[in-house]
Design a protein around this ligand. Structure first.
Ligand code: TRP
Length: 455
């Protein structure tokens, strides 16, 4: 039986792959992955990250697409109706609610970082990277984050851009944006890696990223594993209903398993390419890999400032990064917007403006935490860092566990087999079921319990 979502449908299977990849590929790959890997010393983190993507990320992505497509509504109502169909408790809709909260929190700081990216477009355009050294790049970045007015202006512009696309709806808004931008980003990133390979210290970068040195983790091993897992959820857009809502617009005949593997592979490739573009420059310029969230903003300008045609390449790179962030931001807003449309009867435009405004306000708290409110910390973190840490390392993994438990234990075998359409006795289905019932939930729970010191 084929069903449709009232919010619209993707025009083709390719459109779904592009949109879901557009959601997955974003600041998480190019900004967050390199600096987080750098904070935990490289190789060992990267290896744990890859294991999390394959063993936890892909099965949960399949589950999320599957639930979305079977429910065909906002995550809250999808969970409510699927729980009904499977004879489970209505409280499963809390999973949808949790996703809405995570989405609002993530987008609020995401938009601020996207604002940095836009600010860097103008700096590249103005030729300000020409001949810049490590100290210069550091002070340029420092000047930006300590200027609340500038940050507010860019954050506002980015939120307006996001609201504009989401308000237009699935096929006319979301699809159009990703069609051309994703491939362009990919090509440019490969160009950057090639440049870094000849201008930077490529050997050192390769060793840093791909030679796991577990000794480096030392007493921070638990923390590193938690962060690698959190990064996998964040980068694949899992655990909050973004992929679920995108799955709800997917044609009933598309293969979920194959799509999930493609999306996760593209996402991982982009993250690794970003690492290979950035770390050679880090090492060649004596920068330290653990310089935190400013890492790409303090390294890439040096490269653009030295290379031939760097002014143009710099502009193109940051523009594409803005687009990558944009296509991700859209998916963070979509779940709450569909819920407002379904349950409040709002028009799509009104729902988007309301949700976008809420995020905009939260984002102001995030950007102030970088300067005016720098002294205000909770658990030793400013608001922006706290939102980032709590969503990626707690809320998304928790959402992921609930998705896994629902898909593996609550949903009848017949339902998931029917929806995944992998064949009666297929090995792939058996593997998925093993991963989703045991491996994914148990691993995530162990990592979470370990992080709070219970085991
Ligand atoms: N995956 C995106 C990135 O890497 C961010 C993102 C978009 C996201 N939608 C999400 C993260 C949903 C978690 C959940 O930039």
């Amino acid at each position: 039986m084929s069903t449709m979502s009232v919010h619209g449908m993707w025009s083709s299977r390719l459109a779904f792959i592009l949109a879901a990849t557009g959601s997955a590929v974003g600041l998480g790959n190019i900004w967050r992955f390199p600096y987080t890997a750098g904070e935990y010393g490289g190789g060992a983190f990267v290896l744990i990250y890859l294991i999390c993507v394959a063993g936890i990320g892909i099965p949960i992505m399949m589950a999320e697409i599957m639930l979305g497509r079977r429910g065909r509504q906002s995550p809250v109502n999808t969970m409510r109706s699927l729980a009904g169909q499977e004879g489970a408790h209505g409280a499963w809709q809390l999973l949808g609610w949790m996703g809405i909260v995570s989405g609002l929190l993530i987008l609020s700081f995401y938009s601020v970082i996207a604002g940095w990216t836009m600010a860097y477009v103008t700096r590249a355009f103005g030729g300000q990277f020409g001949g810049i050294d490590a100290a210069g790049a550091e002070s340029m970045f420092g000047a930006l984050v300590s200027d609340p007015e500038r940050l507010l202006a860019w954050h506002t512009i980015f939120m307006v851009m996001t609201v504009m696309v989401v308000a237009r709806g699935v096929a006319s808004g979301l699809e159009k944006a990703v069609r051309f931008l994703m491939p362009a980003l990919f090509v440019l990133l490969i160009g950057m890696v090639l440049y870094a390979a000849q201008a930077g210290d490529f050997q050192a970068a390769l060793a840093y990223l791909f030679k796991p040195d577990f000794a480096k983790l030392g007493e921070h091993a638990g923390e590193a594993i938690l962060s690698a897992m959190g990064q996998a959820f964040f980068s694949l857009s899992l655990g909050m209903g973004a992929i679920m809502i995108y799955g709800s617009y997917l044609n009933s005949s598309a293969s979920i398993g194959r799509n999930a593997v493609i999306i996760a592979s593209l996402d991982t490739t982009v993250a690794l390419l970003a690492g290979l573009a950035i770390f050679p420059i880090v090492f060649a310029n004596g920068l330290s890999p653990d310089s935190g969230p400013g890492l790409i903003f303090q390294t890439l300008p040096i490269a653009f400032g030295q290379m031939a045609g760097g002014q143009l390449v710099g502009v193109v790179f940051f523009v594409l990064l803005v687009f990558a962030a944009w296509t991700s931001a859209i998916s963070l807003l979509e779940p709450v917007v569909t819920w407002l449309v379904e349950n409040r009867g709002f028009s799509r435009v009104r729902a988007t403006v309301i949700a976008g405004s809420a995020v905009w306000l939260l984002g102001i708290a995030c950007l102030l935490s970088l300067n005016v409110w720098a002294g205000f910390t909770i658990f030793g973190k400013g608001i922006l860092d706290l939102f980032d840490y709590v969503t990626a390392n707690v809320l998304l993994p928790l959402g992921g566990v609930l998705i896994a438990v629902f898909a593996g234990w609550i949903m009848r075998r017949a339902s998931s087999r029917d929806e995944l359409a992998m064949g009666e006795t297929s090995i792939a289905y058996g593997a998925w079921r093993l991963l989703i019932r045991y491996v994914a939930p148990i691993c995530v729970v162990i990592v979470l319990l370990n992080a709070i010191g219970l085991i």
